[in-house]
Design a protein around this ligand. Structure first.
Ligand SMILES: [Zn+2]
Ligand SMILES: [Zn+2]
Length: 439
């Protein structure tokens, strides 16, 4: 644990930085497992081998990092060149081990790590090529998209759109080719990496879609996001983005290696779900690729899928956005269902309020009953009210997730009724309110 002392010892010649203990663990493995960041850094500086694989059960430093749950150390190991595809003696990768012990942030980091050098490889002519497969100027923007953990198709289209180098047919064709090659490599190498393979394939599918729109549509990439048949267009009844759902399902189905276990898992989770029900293809895919569990669509921006969005449409309170920009992009389709969703929301709130009153009355009754019991029964009588409380809060969260998150009473929206006839007005109100809540 003493970094200074260790530094001094490592400085002397007769201490080997990669020495093994009786279980085949290196000092780096010990430091990683105990999440000693400074010690890890010191050992790496002194040449500790991040891929040493002499452990009795085939554990690597990266596996210990995943088990420790330290995001920083997991990053450090990856940056130091830790192989992600190595498996331990029972055939598990570092990401799988981290998932097994519930360290989902580490899983996300490992699964989405893609060293820039691996992409830069394609920026140099290989073999008989006269020119590189990927122009050097595209490596940066493409790397940014490859390492993203937000796989929302709209987000990826927005990332393409914001970069003029990328938002061009020729450039995207080259990127697709490179993504397909990486995908193939992931599947054909000895230690298969299905997660990365499916991610590469999925991004390539979205690029392909972008290419079609850039070629054929006048409105270019905007058309892919905002037109009548587009990624964001919601259906009339509840605003569910049917086209987006079908698109993601199709991408998954088109994955060329049907024998992949992960593909089969994805298909099994998605196929029985009716379009419009949970889980969405986006959430299933995100869970598979990031390793996150307990994915709730409600916590993600309706437009771009970014996590932690917290600006709510002030009228219906049923959709959330990162910011006003995301709200504006979505408004063309949301305006058609905002009123419907508002009614749904108010009904939910009303029911929740009723339910709460019912529970309160029940609790009062129980308490009265408990009070009338003899003192010897006191211990027993403590239990029912507690249980009801739990049931109650569970119920409330489930039914009116929105209102609980919002911590707002149920009927504050009356003044909005005057405006709700006109769509434009509604837009003004909604945008305004988001602005207010930003302050
Ligand atoms: Zn957003
Ligand atoms: Zn709304």
């Amino acid at each position: 644990g003493n970094t200074e002392e260790a530094g001094r010892l490592l400085g002397s010649k007769n201490v080997r930085v990669n020495c093994l203990d009786e279980h085949g663990m290196t000092p780096l493995m010990h430091a990683v497992y105990k999440a000693k960041i400074d010690m890890c850094r010191l050992l790496l500086r002194h040449g500790a081998d991040v891929n040493c694989n002499e452990h009795e059960h085939g554990y690597t430093a990266l596996m210990f990092a995943g088990l420790s749950g330290s995001k920083e150390i997991t990053w450090m190991m990856l940056e130091a060149g830790a192989e992600t595809d190595v498996v331990n003696s029972v055939g598990r990768t570092a990401a799988q081990m981290a998932a097994f012990v519930g360290q989902h942030d580490c899983v996300t980091i490992i699964n989405n790590f893609f060293p820039r050098e691996r992409l830069d490889y394609y920026t140099k002519p290989q073999g008989l090529d006269k020119e590189p497969k990927l122009p050097a100027k595209l490596a940066g923007p493409l790397h940014k998209i490859i390492t993203t953990t937000n796989l929302h198709p709209v987000k990826i289209v927005l990332l393409v759109k914001e970069n003029p180098l990328l938002a061009e047919v020729e450039a995207l064709l080259k990127c697709c080719r490179v993504l397909d090659l990486i995908c193939e490599k992931c599947m054909k190498q000895r230690e298969m990496n299905e997660v990365l393979a499916i991610k590469m394939h999925y991004i390539s599918c979205i690029f392909q879609k972008c290419i079609n729109f850039l070629k054929e549509r006048e409105d270019k990439l905007d058309g892919l996001i905002k037109r009548n048949v587009s990624l964001l267009k919601g259906r009339d009844t509840d605003g569910f983005p049917v086209y987006q759902e079908k698109f993601i399902r199709e991408c998954i189905r088109k994955f060329p290696y049907c024998e992949a276990t992960l593909l089969q898992q994805l298909v099994r989770s998605i196929a029985p779900v009716e379009i419009g029900s949970d889980p969405t293809a986006f959430s299933v895919l995100t869970q598979a690729i990031t390793g996150q569990v307990g994915f709730v669509d409600a916590e993600f921006c309706t437009t771009c899928g970014e996590k932690g969005a917290d600006k709510r449409c002030s009228v219906c309170k049923m959709v959330i956005y990162c910011d006003q920009n995301c709200q504006k992009i979505h408004w063309f389709t949301h305006k058609k269902v905002c009123k419907i969703l508002k009614d749904v929301h108010e009904k939910q709130e009303l029911e929740a309020a009723k339910e709460k009153r019912r529970q309160e009355k029940k609790r009062e009754r129980d308490e009265a009953q408990a009070a009338s019991l003899s003192p010897t029964n006191e211990e027993q009588s403590d239990h029912p009210p507690e249980a009801t409380e739990e049931v109650d809060s569970h119920h409330a969260v489930k039914r009116t997730e929105e209102s609980v998150l919002n911590k707002q009473p149920s009927a504050p929206q009356l003044h909005l009724d005057n405006h709700s006839e006109s769509e434009t007005n509604l837009a003004d109100i909604a945008v305004q309110k988001v602005q207010e809540s930003e302050e």
